[in-house]
Design a protein around this ligand. Sequence first.
Ligand SMILES: [Zn+2]
Length: 447
Amino acid sequence: MDAILSTLEERILKKMLELKNDILEYMDGIKIVDHHEHLKEVLFKESPLEIDLPFFLARGYLRSDLVSAGLPADFYDLSPEHPNFPRIFSYLLESKDQSEETWSKISPYLCRIKNTIYYQYLLIALRDLYGYEHEEIGDDWRELSEKIRAKSRENPQWALSLLDKMGIHRAILDIAGTGLPSEEIVKDERLVQVVRMDGFIMGEMNVVRSLRGEPIRSLDEYLEAMDETFEKAVSMEAVGIKSGLAYQRIIKYEEVPKYKAEKILTAGLNNVSARERKFFQDFMMHEVCKRCAEYELPFQIHTGIQAGNFNTISNSNPTYLTNLIREYPEVKFDIFHGGYPFFREAGLLAKYFPNAYVDGCWLTHISPSAYKEALNEWLEIVPATKIFAWGGDHVIPEHTYASLKLAKELIAEVLALKVVEGRFSKKTAYWVAERIMGKNAEEVYGF
Ligand SMILES: [Zn+2]
C-alpha cells in the first residue's frame, strides 16, 4: 500500500513540476507590469547613487529584520548634510570607502536573520547577477561588495538593463512625493509615475504653498492649488495617484462638511486639536477621491504592513476604505500589499466592489507562504481581471529582480496546483497568468 501511495505521490509531484515549468516558460513571454517601485536615485540622469554591500542590505526591507534582531534603529539616522540620506552611508555620496565600518555594524545581526525571506530572497539576486553561490554572506563579503559597487556606477544603464532582463513592459514609479512627476530620472517609455496628494490631505502648508506659488488665503484657494496640481500632473503623464498615509494615521476617512474644514484651516492646522486635524484630513481625502474620478486616475492606497519597525498595524486595515470605495464608484481603488496581514479582507473588497482591485505588490517577499495562500484564495473569490499580482517596491533594482523571480515561482506553483486539482485547465491558468501579470494593469492604467 505504502509503495503504491508513494508512486502516486511521485506522479502528482512530477505533474506539478512539469506544469510549474510550463507556466514559468509561458510567463517569460508575458508583458509584465511592475505595479510599484521607488527606483529613483539609481535612475537619475545625473550622478546616480553608488551602492556597496552594506547599503545594498540596509537600504532594503532587510533593515527592519536587523532592527528586530537587535541592531539599534538609530544606526540609520538621517544625515544633517544630505537630506533623506542616512548619515552612516554618506560616504557613498562622497565616493569614499567606509564599507568596512558599516559591515562591522551589520554583520553581527545578519547571522541572526538568515531564516527570514527578506534575507533569503536577496540571495536570488546575488547568485544570478553576481555569481555569489553561498547561503550565508561571510568573510568573502568584500569582493561581492566591490562587484555591486562597480555595477551601481553604471546606473542608470545597469538598472535599465535589469528591466530588459526581467521583461518589464511598464514599471509604475512612486518617487515624486506630493505634486508633480519627477523629472530627475532618465527618460524611458517603460517608466511611468504616480504622484501623491498626501501633502494636501495632511495640510502641509509649505508643500502646498510651493506648488501654488502664492499665498493661500482660504479653503477654496487651497482646493484650487490641488486642482492645478492634478491638472499639471496629468499633463505630465502621471498615470495615477498614490496615498501612503497608513504610515501616519488610521486610513478611515469620515465625511466632513466643508464649513468645518474651512474653519479648521482658518484657525491654522497647528492651532487645533489632533481630532480637528483629522477632520481636515478626512475632508481632503474625499476631495482627492472626487478629483481621481474627474481625471480618471486610479488611486493606489497603501494598506496593511508598514515598512520598517515600530508602526501600528491596526491603522492600516483595508476595510477602513469601505466608505470611500462605495462613495466613489468611478474611482478605481488599487489596494496595495494585499492588505497583509488582512489579505482576506482586501480580497473581499475586490469581490464586493466593481471598482476595487487587490494588488499583491511587495507581498511576495513579505511572506511567500501568505502570498500563495492569498493568491490561491483571491482566485477563488475575485474576478482574475481585478487582481494585480506583482510589484517590487524597491529602491535597489537588484532587489526587484529577486522579487520578480520569486513572484513567478509562487504564481506558477499556485496555478499548477489549480490545474492538478482539476479546477483550472492549463489554458485558464495561462489566461490568469497573463491577466494578473500585465494585462489588467494595461487596461486599468491605460498603457
Ligand atoms: Zn512602496
